[in-house]
Structure formats: structure tokens, C-alpha cells
Design a protein around this ligand. Structure first.
Ligand SMILES: [Zn+2]
Length: 568
């Protein structure tokens, strides 16, 4: 009897001694959850692959072989058997407009995205049908059209729409978010005529006779946008719930929602208070003017305020327009077929600098949308000055998109340690837009491999609703770089390996959000955010990457999504 007790004690001591240690050097004991028997790709810098993880208090306690982790168990430990399945860190999307996307779904807007819509005629038919059941005078809105995917290869305009919507104003967002098409009823309500001048940073498109076509670009969109009916007050909160559910099912455990309004910030907060938000969110408030920057600074909060679930990220500004609207600010040569078009700059350089300085002085990380090389230079000039004036050593300012990223631009990015919020899925979904800017610019569009070689840190974003929310499109596109329209591989030298592509969505995403100490890899001490996927992603054939299915998603050690057997 005594011998047996002694032996048990010896085993217990042995287990404690040989069990892996936690990040703080404590023995690994009393885990809440152990996942084991898997192919756990930790994405750490050493490329470690382990078979088991122990989790307690929402964090990873230890990782190792099944035998090593066995010592972490207690009577309460839940075990998840992986049966050889692949586990990855939860994925991070640093550039989404998920609120806007989810609100569109909840508003029952017309979904005019590809491949549902392949021509202007398709949209006209949808508007006709909707007008038939919409009371006179009420707005009809829709979002997601892309002229590059239309059979007609041109923007939809008021003439197309007027024939089927004489009694209703119509507002249709382009997929880029940088232009809209409205009908004559909407132009009339907004008071836009042939005599209305372009607002700063925007374009009212006019035909050869000088009449507005119904296409409004960038800041000109507000002229009709402000007339849209108000949303029900709870829409943002419900949108946050929808975002959380959809994102977790795709393997995203953190998203950054960019350029959001105060109502949307409130919506996230209200959803979190109700326990609806299982996804982790960084909210990026908008700065559209110097007054916005001042107001943000006055609130006394800054980047990082919040908790692991919901916090403030960077402050977001726009420097130029979009490729789809052909309003990105470029150096010569101009856009193909538009000799005068060098794009739009939304800010005078001195005003941009002022807004940057006000926000950064108040403790905000900055992220600024800039696609054209001329816009990127304007932002980098301002960033460099702000970093110098405030003596910032780890500012991690970000350029959003950095679409035309020439070797000269990349050199500046590396020297200033400015990060890029890149968009791997753009090459597939909207690669045809790059071509309007000539072959030299196609070569330097979204150059992911060059960034790695030149020491520029890139994190990844879908820019949903510009491209679908699923991160697997981006992971695949980063590896394949195929253009949807032609199947052509765009700048093949910029293709990434699968593990490089995953890094953009894991560690680099965490780094961009100042979260690399808590997220982005599966290591002891970090948050237990991980996903189980249906295939070995690292050895999967390239074309399968876009089809990866997430089987289970864990956030802070809690299972927040499980694919039903019927869906597998
Ligand atoms: Zn965006």
C-alpha cells in the first residue's frame, strides 16, 4: 500500500517536473482545455509544428507533443481530439468595412455584386423589379457593381436607370466604394445640375454636352449620400452580431473595422455588452477633416484603449481615390485613354500634416488610404515629419493599400518603418483595374514578395465589401496572383509561398495592431485564438486554398464556431 502511494507520488512529481512550463516558467497544470493529436502550425518565427496545446484562462499555457502536454491535465480538463487535423492561429484581417457590409445586408439593399450581376442589363432588371414594390418617392439602394465585370464594360449611368425608376431615387454603390451611380430623380433631390462644380476631392462626371451622367466620385458621393433615409437605431448593434458570426465561421478571430462612424462604434460596444461579439475587433475611427482630428484628440482616448475583445485601433484618413473610379493620385503617365487624369488628392499637404500631427500627438496610430504613388509620397512626407516632430520611435504608421508601390516607394517605406495594409485578394477580384494604369504599374501593383525582400512589413485586408470577407480568397490570391477576368498571372515574381501568405494574416496582422505579444502565433502566454481547418493548408495544392473550410474556431480558448456535419 505504502509502496503504491510512494510510486504515485513519484509519478506526480515526475509529471510536474517534466511537464512543459508556461510562459512565466510555471509548471503546466490544471489546463481547462487540451487539444491534441493534431498538426498544429504555430506560425512562430522558428516554424514550429506541434501536436498539442494546453489552454487556461483564455491563453496558451504550453505546447508540445501529446505526451508532454498530458501532464497539464486535471479532472476538469476538456480534451479536443484533432485526429491529425491542421490547426492554425486565428486569422487577422486588418482592413475591412465590415459594418458597412453587414448594414447593407440588414438593409436589404440590392446585391449587385459579381457573379450575381454580369451586365448593366442585369442591374436594370433588378431595379425595375424593386421599383415595382417600392412606394413612390422612396429610395432604392444597392451596392457592389463593378463595370470591369460588365458585358458592357462601362459605368452604369442615369439613362440606364431612369427608364425603370422614374418615381424613385436610386443610389448604387460601386464595389470600390469610391463612386456611385444615381438616377435623375436622385440628382434632382440633391440639386446637382450641369452648373454644379466638383467638390474638393471629388468628381461629378459629365457627358460631352456638359450634363451630369449620374456617376459621382469620391467626395461627390456625399451630395446624394447624405439624403439617404436614416437607419433604425439598432442596426449597428445587429450588424456587429452578424459580422462576428460570419467572420468566425471563416476563421477570422480579429478584424479591424476601418473608417467607422460614432454610431458604428456605439454599435460594436452595445453588441459586446450583450455578449454578441465573440470576434475581436479593432475599431478605426474616421478623420475626414482637421476638425475631426481635433474632436478625436479632445476625447482623451487613443489607439489601444479597450480590451482584448474590443479596442480602438488606428485613426483612418483618405489621401486619394480608387482604381475602380480612376481617381488614384499618380505621377505621369496618366490613366489610359484619359490624358488629363492624374487622380485626386483629398487633402492639401499642409492640412494632411496638421490632421496627422493632431491625431498622433494625442496618441493615435495613423493609417492613411493611398493607392497612387503620388498619394503615397504625400502621406510618407507627412508621416516622416510627424515622426520627427514627435520623436516617435515605434509609431507603426500604416499606408492603406499602397497600390502602386514602386521600388522608390518601397525604399521609403522600409526606411521610415511605415507598414503596409496590403490587399492580396485585389489581384484576383479587381486585377483588371490595374491594367488601366499601364504595364509598368501592373508590375508594381501590390508587390508582396518585394515587400518581404525589402524589409517592408505587410499585413492583409479584404477591404470587404470590395472583395469577399473570406480570408481564404486572399491567401490563395497571394500565392496564385491570377486575375479573374483573364486568368493571367499578374506580376508572377510577386507570388508568395503559402506560409508567407499565412504570415500576412497572422503575425503581421498582429504586429500592425500592436498585438504581436498576444496574437499572431501559437505560443505560451498568447491568447488561445486558433482554428481547425479541413485540410493541411501548408501542403494543399494552390487552387484548393480558396476552398479551405474552417471546422472549428476558438477565441480565448472558447469554441465560438463549429461547422455542422451537414456543411462539411
Ligand atoms: Zn477600404
Amino acid at each position: 500500500m505504502r509502496m503504491r502511494k510512494l510510486a504515485a507520488l513519484a509519478v506526480a512529481i515526475l509529471c510536474v517536473c517534466c511537464a512543459p512550463r508556461s510562459a512565466r516558467g510555471e509548471p503546466c497544470l490544471d489546463a481547462e482545455l487540451i487539444v491534441r493529436g493534431g498538426h498544429i502550425v504555430t506560425m512562430d518565427l522558428g516554424g514550429a509544428v506541434v501536436s498539442a496545446l494546453a489552454i487556461r484562462d483564455g491563453r496558451i499555457l504550453a505546447r508540445g507533443t501529446d505526451a508532454e502536454i498530458a501532464g497539464c491535465a486535471s479532472a476538469r480538463t476538456k480534451i479536443v481530439e484533432l485526429h491529425g487535423q491542421t490547426v492554425l492561429p486565428g486569422l487577422i484581417d486588418v482592413h475591412t468595412h465590415t459594418m458597412e457590409w453587414a448594414e447593407g445586408i440588414l438593409r436589404d439593399q440590392l446585391d449587385v455584386t459579381y457573379p450575381k450581376v454580369r451586365s448593366i442589363a442585369d442591374i436594370v432588371a433588378m431595379v425595375r423589379e424593386r421599383a415595382g414594390k417600392t412606394p413612390k418617392g422612396q429610395w432604392i439602394s444597392g451596392a457592389g457593381w463593378d463595370d470591369a465585370k460588365f458585358a458592357e464594360h462601362r459605368y452604369i449611368n442615369r439613362h440606364d436607370l431612369d427608364a425603370v425608376s422614374a418615381d424613385n431615387p436610386v443610389y448604387l454603390d460601386h464595389v470600390s466604394g469610391h463612386l456611385i451611380a444615381v438616377n435623375s430623380a436622385a440628382l434632382k433631390l440633391a440639386g446637382i445640375t450641369r452648373d454644379t462644380p466638383d467638390p474638393t476631392g471629388g468628381v461629378i462626371e459629365k457627358d460631352a454636352a456638359g450634363e451630369p451622367t449620374g456617376v459621382l466620385k469620391d467626395t461627390a458621393m456625399d451630395l446624394t449620400g447624405k439624403l439617404l433615409p436614416p437607419d433604425p437605431p439598432d442596426i449597428h448593434m445587429r450588424a456587429a452580431k452578424l459580422i462576428s458570426e460570419r467572420a468566425l465561421a471563416l476563421g477570422l478571430t480579429t478584424i479591424h473595422d476601418i473608417f467607422i462612424s460614432s454610431d458604428e462604434i456605439r454599435g460594436y460596444q452595445d453588441a459586446e455588452a450583450r455578449g454578441w461579439l465573440k470576434l475581436r475587433v479593432q475599431m478605426s475611427p474616421r478623420i475626414g477633416s482637421i476638425e475631426d482630428a481635433e474632436q478625436l484628440a479632445k476625447m482623451g482616448i487613443h489607439t489601444g484603449y479597450g480590451d482584448d475583445r474590443l479596442k480602438f485601433g488606428a485613426a483612418k484618413m483618405f489621401a486619394d481615390g480608387g482604381m475602380g473610379a480612376r481617381t488614384i493620385a499618380i505621377y505621369p503617365p496618366p490613366v489610359a485613354g484619359e490624358p488629363q487624369n492624374f487622380g485626386v488628392l483629398r487633402w492639401k499637404p499642409e492640412d494632411m500634416h496638421k490632421a496627422h500631427l493632431i491625431a498622433a500627438s494625442a496618441g493615435w496610430q495613423l493609417e492613411t488610404h493611398a493607392i497612387g504613388d503620388r498619394a503615397i509620397d504625400e502621406v510618407l512626407d507627412s508621416y516622416a515629419a510627424v515622426m520627427k516632430e514627435l520623436n516617435l520611435t515605434d509609431a507603426r504608421f500604416r499606408i492603406v493599400h499602397a497600390g502602386i508601390s514602386t521600388p522608390a516607394i518601397q525604399k521609403r517605406l522600409a526606411e521610415l518603418h511605415v507598414l503596409v495594409d496590403g490587399n492580396p485578394p485585389f489581384v484576383y477580384w479587381i486585377g483588371s483595374w490595374f491594367k488601366k494604369y499601364g504595364p509598368e504599374r501592373v508590375r508594381w501593383s501590390y508587390p508582396a514578395k518585394s515587400y518581404i525582400e525589402n524589409g517592408v512589413i505587410e499585413a492583409a485586408g479584404s477591404d470587404v465589401p470590395v472583395t469577399p470577407i473570406s480570408p481564404w480568397w486572399g491567401i490563395w490570391a497571394a500565392v496564385a496572383r491570377k486575375d479573374l477576368a483573364t486568368g493571367e498571372v499578374l506580376a508572377p515574381e510577386e507570388r508568395l509561398t503559402i506560409s508567407e501568405a499565412l504570415r500576412l494574416y497572422t503575425y503581421n496582422g498582429a504586429y500592425a495592431g500592436f498585438e504581436e505579444k498576444t496574437k499572431g502565433t501559437l505560443e505560451p502566454g498568447k491568447l488561445a485564438d486558433f482554428i481547425i481547418v479541413d485540410r493541411d493548408v501548408l501542403s494543399a495544392p494552390t487552387d484548393e486554398l480558396k476552398d479551405v473550410q474552417v471546422v472549428k474556431t476558438f477565441v480565448g480558448g472558447e469554441m465560438v464556431f463549429e461547422r455542422s456535419a451537414a456543411l462539411r
